[in-house]
Design a protein around this ligand. Structure first.
Ligand SMILES: Cc1cc2nc3c(=O)[nH]c(=O)nc-3n(C[C@H](O)[C@H](O)[C@H](O)COP(=O)(O)OP(=O)(O)OC[C@H]3O[C@@H](n4cnc5c(N)ncnc54)[C@H](O)[C@@H]3O)c2cc1C
Length: 432
């Protein structure tokens, strides 16, 4: 049987989200704050601003949540994209601890918003399971666990390969690391609930409205869009992997990278329990990693990177074939499982792989970056930006972080180096 025969090139999560009911609003001449981008970052900022009485408009080029926020793996993870070891090496122990604590605050933030707003999105503190692709990676897990307990007062549990069947019905891994603090969520239901909450709080949400330019005029800005222009005291760019050419400062600092996911048909309950007895968020220790989890209706949601380029219909099709093969390598039990959905999305990498918040020289605010670790941290940082733009003072470890670009103007928004980076990581995965 061809497992890919019935595949729909569409995001499974989106099919599970309720329709968004927005309050009809007239196009305003001005706003206190205009937010560009209607994903977790922009909507979290808008909700905080509107709750504090600001007149805030969120302008989204497509439907709300259209970007990565409805299409991701729904893994609400501790930590950031760079490993703890890398953070300690680059920033020292104290800063690394601050970054890690921010990631825990971010998960609590999502949990609180979901509870306060009554968002039905299957948010659960199910924990995550990182899987050692090679024996040496398991040794590194043991060192990480010691460091987390000793220097971060954050207990995690190492699982030997002999004990792995209690966690996963797959035989190819060399052990695992469990962190109970991580959570899982249905990403599309979460972003829809967030949009509904921002609307309820009084934010003005405009879908199908692309921002064409932002220019400084007097003490504020003029924002030109496909729907018309409006003035704003402040502007927040929250466009992450879809930033494109909107601001030259960000164009030189954000690299858009594609990631892809397939979803199987709903699996029988006994098979689902064998594949993932604890229903955790799972990912392996490769650079070109696979990440996977069960959905509420027992589909195996299996993601990874077939290449690094942002998604197109061709890369989604090619990735579906590659991911189906990978799925069967991990879980031979799924050899005959039908793949019903395949989709891709674009995330944003900064050159240091960290999230960035701040202000450009011309006074435009931004919150973006972070690689594939954005569900929690960008919700949180969007919220922080919203509160700051309402006049509150809040500090985060990401303030004053240098926002690097390539030297000598070698990067201007066209990621010409991605094939080289792809090969570099493939070689690392083969060797180390
Ligand atoms: C396949 C995939 C899997 C992932 N898995 C995970 C995971 O499991 N866990 C995790 O933590 N992170 C994951 N991520 C990353 C995470 O999804 C993102 O970091 C997060 O959703 C970014 O949210 P955002 O609101 O900043 O951006 P987005 O949700 O991408 O929203 C940006 C929006 O800006 C809009 N926009 C762009 N330009 C304009 C303009 N000029 N005018 C108006 N609107 C504009 C776009 O239409 C888009 O909707 C994944 C990402 C992908 C793609």
């Amino acid at each position: 049987m061809d497992a890919l025969l019935s595949v729909r090139e569409a995001c499974y999560w989106t099919t599970t989200a309720p329709a968004l009911q927005l309050t009809p609003r007239d196009w305003p001449a001005r706003a206190d704050v205009v937010i560009v981008g209607g994903g977790y970052t922009g909507l979290s900022a808008a909700r905080e601003l509107a709750k504090r009485g600001a007149h805030v408009c969120v302008l989204e080029a497509h439907a709300f949540g259209w970007g990565a926020s409805s299409r991701n793996g729904g893994m609400v993870l501790t930590g950031l994209k760079p490993s703890l070891g890398a953070l300690v090496k680059s920033f020292g122990l104290t800063r690394a601890r601050e970054f890690f604590c921010a990631s825990l605050d971010a998960i609590r933030y999502v949990e609180t918003v979901v509870r306060e707003e009554g968002i039905a999105c299957d948010f659960r503190r199910c924990g995550h399971l990182e899987l050692a692709y090679k024996p040496a990676h398991f040794d590194a897990f043991q060192r990480d666990a010691e460091m987390l307990a000793r220097d971060f007062q954050h207990p995690v549990r190492v699982v030997s390969s002999a004990d792995l069947p209690t966690e996963i019905g797959a035989r190819s891994y060399h052990g695992g690391l469990v962190d109970e603090a991580s959570a899982g969520v249905n990403p599309a239901q979460y972003v829809t609930g967030l949009a509904q909450a921002a609307d309820r709080a009084g934010a003005h949400l405009f879908a199908d409205t692309r921002v064409l330019s932002i220019s400084r005029e007097g003490a504020g800005f003029v924002v030109r869009t496909t729907r018309g222009a409006l003035r704003a005291r402040d502007v927040l760019i929250a466009t992450n992997g879809y930033t494109n050419g909107l601001h030259p400062y960000l164009r030189r600092r954000i690299v858009p990278i594609g990631s892809y996911i397939i979803a199987t048909e709903p699996l029988p309950t006994t098979l689902a329990a064998e594949l993932s007895p604890t229903r955790r968020m799972m990912f392996d220790s490769k650079n070109f990693l696979y990440y996977f989890r069960l959905s509420k209706d027992n589909r195996m949601i299996f993601g990874g990177r077939a290449g690094l380029f942002p998604e197109t219909p061709r890369t989604v099709r090619e990735s579906a074939t590659i991911l189906q093969r990978a799925l069967v390598e991990v879980y031979p039990q799924l050899r005959n499982a039908r793949i019903e959905y395949a989709w891709g999305g674009t995330l944003a990498f900064a050159f240091d792989q960290l999230p960035h918040i701040g202000r450009t020289e011309d006074g435009v605010h931004f919150a973006l970056g972070c690689g594939g670790h954005g569900v929690a941290i960008l919700s949180y940082l969007g919220g922080v930006m919203g509160r700051r733009l309402s006049g509150e003072t809040m500090s985060t470890p990401f303030d004053q972080l240098p926002f690097p670009t390539m030297p000598l103007g070698l990067y201007n928004g066209n990621p010409w180096f991605l094939p080289l980076v792809g090969w570099y990581y493939r070689i690392l995965d083969a060797l180390l």
